[in-house]
Design a protein around this ligand. Structure first.
Ligand code: PEP
Ligand code: MG
Length: 606
């Protein structure tokens, strides 16, 4: 069986069986072709016809995404539309056609390569994002000009269901998949916390990323069985393997039934210890699943989707409207708005950021906000305005110093006074929480607690910064584990610091969305978990099965463990006394990458 198994990371849960469609997101070969002087104007016309067609295609995709997902996601295409119709760029292409008598595709390719070289070597995450946009535009243009345009890219024959296999899935590509046809995704690059993975999860498409070697082994039409929890991709599954998977699916359906039954129950341990279970909202389309799945509010409202891929930053009004919309959807429940966490892998097209050798250690997040008050102040004003009569809180990402919190608070107070002087209806203030995402913040958690109204641990970044493992690097995915003893010990420090200061301690990183880790976190003393909307029912169900003392015992054993595997075994030993482990097992009974069967690594799914 192993020669038919490709192991990756389960990034969006669910099992899918369908033939593969291989998306070679590679630029077509462009022959160097010159044209006669008489054909030059014809080539210029061909260029503009292709530009119009591609712009219309992108606009059509934008509209489609707007209907299916929402305004913010549809903006991913704005940057590409702007790029393909950039007048200056097209003038330079025309110049090459007219003066060098190059064919439209040769000239377009030449100018695009020039731009790619310029941007690609800059080292800036923002420009890398632009290179990805440029590639998308280049691909569509060259396919048009070379006559190899594929209209039916995402569907199988006769609208058959397919699993898309690609080297890399960008958020722009992922968001355009039609769930009716694309029932699964496999990519060689990407991790649980990459943005394409988060989007696949939001769209409810089972996905496996970091499946190294998938493209060399999977050809178009190969039947695939994928498990978006364990990260297994099985080629040509036998009838027995399919049956086993069906048995698993049936068990899961029974579980789903049980999950449904807990929807209106409180989130409390088997012996009545109350935990607040909130939803993480990255996209507007997650509001509804979060509501339906019983979120007691939003524990992490990521605001980056308001800016990524857009030509301009959102206005204060636009942000206030968005925040009000979210808060109204959750009535009297709290909504925790995280200030812009820009930088790293999340820079908007509009943003002028200098190239950096180490963007994740660079100018990002709260540092950008504090250095660029013209970005931060309108966001603070929008938060205050939306918070009028609504239980909205503000949360600051990537804090490493007390001064960052004090400075942010001072800006908030200044904006509140300015709004009041101008007679604009707004809350006088809002609770300000700190994200604990760096070892620095953990170590000074007692000091941060004095200036914070609550803590929320971002385990994705905390793991990345503690272990010195890039969260987006598929090659390091096996090393990215929030079960490393160093993380467990830091979590304890944070929970204790919060308890001593009498403030709430929450976890909103991916770790909280994993059922085993959720028990560990409860046992460590966290009173709030904020998880992906799809995971709310499972997390509540697990919490309701286990008494708090057992969770504490699991936490104690985990704190004594020397390795990540020891931590995982410690949790399993306790949890299995209360839960049928097969229900949480992998669909194909196969492990994902370098992971013992049924052992969960934080940041991935079982
Ligand atoms: C985290 O780092 O765990 C987190 C919740 O923030 P993000 O994933 O948006 O960086
Ligand atoms: Mg983070």
């Amino acid at each position: 069986m192993n020669d038919r198994l490709v192991r990756g990371i389960g990034v969006s849960p669910g099992v899918a069986y369908a033939p593969a469609v291989v998306v070679r997101w590679e630029l077509p070969d462009v022959p160097d072709r010159t044209v006669s002087a008489g054909d030059v104007e014809g080539e210029v016309t061909r260029l503009h016809t292709a530009v119009s067609a591609v712009a219309a295609e992108l606009d059509m995709l934008r509209q489609r995404v707007l209907q299916r997902a929402g305004e913010e996601e549809s903006r991913i295409f704005d940057a590409q539309i702007l790029m393909v119709s950039d007048v200056e760029f097209l003038k330079e292409v025309e110049y090459l056609i007219r003066n060098n008598q190059l064919s439209a595709e040769t000239a377009f390719e030449f100018k695009s390569l020039e731009l790619r070289n310029l941007w690609g070597t800059s080292g800036s995450a923002r420009l890398r994002e632009r290179v990805a946009d440029l590639s998308a535009v280049q691909m569509r243009m060259l396919q048009r000009l070379l006559g190899v345009h594929e209209d039916r890219l995402w569907k199988g024959e006769e609208g058959e269901r397919v699993i898309v296999v690609a080297h890399e899935l960008s958020p722009g590509l992922t968001v355009q998949f039609d769930r009716d046809y694309v029932v699964g995704l496999v990519s060689e690059e990407g991790t649980r916390t990459s943005h394409a993975a988060i989007l696949a999860h939001s769209l409810g498409i089972p996905a496996v990323m970091g499946a190294v070697g998938a493209l060399s082994r999977i050809t178009a039409g190969t039947p695939l069985l994928i498990d978006g929890q364990s990260g297994a991709v099985l080629l040509d599954p036998t009838p027995q393997e399919r049956e086993e998977t069906m048995a698993y699916i049936i068990r899961r359906r029974r579980l789903d039934f049980e999950l449904q039954a807990t929807l209106n129950q409180p989130c409390e341990t088997a012996d009545g210890h109350r935990i607040h279970l909130l939803g993480n909202v990255d996209l507007p389309e997650e509001i509804e699943p979060a509501q339906l799945n019983g979120a007691e509010g939003v524990g992490l409202l990521r605001t980056e989707f308001l800016v990524v891929g857009r030509a301009n930053l959102p206005t204060e009004d636009e942000q206030a409207t968005y925040f009000r919309r979210i808060a109204d959807a959750f009535h009297d429940h709290q909504v925790v708005i995280r200030s812009f966490d820009l930088g790293g892998d999340k820079f908007p097209a509009a943003f002028q950021a200098p190239p950096e050798a180490n963007p994740f250690l660079g100018w990002r997040s709260i540092r950008v906000c504090l250095d660029q008050p013209e970005i931060f102040r309108p966001q603070l004003r929008a938060v205050l305005r939306a918070a009028k009569d609504r239980p909205i809180k503000l949360m600051l990402p990537l804090v490493t110093t007390v001064e960052e919190v004090l400075e942010s608070r001072a800006l908030l107070t200044a904006e509140s006074q300015a709004l009041r002087s101008a007679g604009v209806p707004a809350a006088e203030s809002v609770p300000v929480g700190v994200m604990i995402e760096t070892p620095a913040a953990v170590i000074i958690a007692d000091q941060l607690a004095r200036v914070s109204d609550f803590f929320s641990v971002g385990t994705n970044d905390l793991t990345q910064y503690t272990l010195a493992v890039d969260r987006g690097n598929a090659r390091l995915a096996d090393r990215f584990t929030s079960h490393h003893p160093s993380i467990i010990r830091q979590l304890k420090i944070v929970a204790e610091a919060a308890a001593r200061a009498g403030i709430s301690a929450s976890v909103c990183g991916e770790m909280a969305s994993d059922p085993f880790s959720a028990i560990l976190l409860v046992g460590l003393g966290f009173d709030t978990l904020s998880v992906s909307p799809q995971d709310l029912p499972l997390i509540k169900w697990v919490i309701r099965k286990v008494p708090v003392d057992a969770a504490r015992e699991a936490a104690q054993r985990a704190l004594d463990a020397a390795t990540a595997e020891g931590v995982e075994n410690a949790i399993r030993e306790v949890v299995k006394q209360y839960i049928d482990m097969r229900l949480l097992g992998s669909g194909t009974l196969l492990p994902g990458r370098s992971r013992p069967a049924n052992v969960q690594r934080a940041g991935t799914k079982m």
